[in-house]
Design a protein around this ligand. Sequence first.
Ligand SMILES: [Zn+2]
Length: 183
Amino acid sequence: MIIVLTIMIANITQSYYNNLINPIDPLSIACPCCKETGMDIHGYYHRKIKNQNCLDKLDLKIRRVICRNPECQSTHALLPGAIVPYSQISMIETVNIICAKSVQDKEAVMLSNPLIDYNDILATLRNFKKKWRRRLAEIEASLGDESFFEKCISSFNTHFMQMPDTICGSYSCHHTVRLSLPL
Ligand SMILES: [Zn+2]
């Protein structure tokens, strides 16, 4: 998996994904497994995203690339940093859930996005408390830091809140990585 570091947005669409990912030359991407640069397009798969202001989940078509190194040939999905790997909840809303201190705050998250239910809230908080709170302390990072997402990937080989811990690399895009906190 390769995370394209970019600004965090709440509503992910297929055209947002295409505009971000399609201009990236696969030959310029370094493989997270063997570290050699050079990939080919390998295909696509679909994943669901629970966007705000949507009646149904977004069915997002994700590009996969394959390492050109014949000794490696590992395949990787290209994911915007605004997506949490293996989660249907966007990064911004995941952060909103973590920052929701009171029951009312949690209810506000669910009201703003009816596709998110209480089980989503509990699972997100469980993941954060189980692993990521400690990890943030290890790298002395807080959620508002400018280089927060790069730090997570370079330190743990996973995107923030990614679960499970499969190997992950990053690709710096022309955008700045920025997270607007709800606090
Ligand atoms: Zn490789």
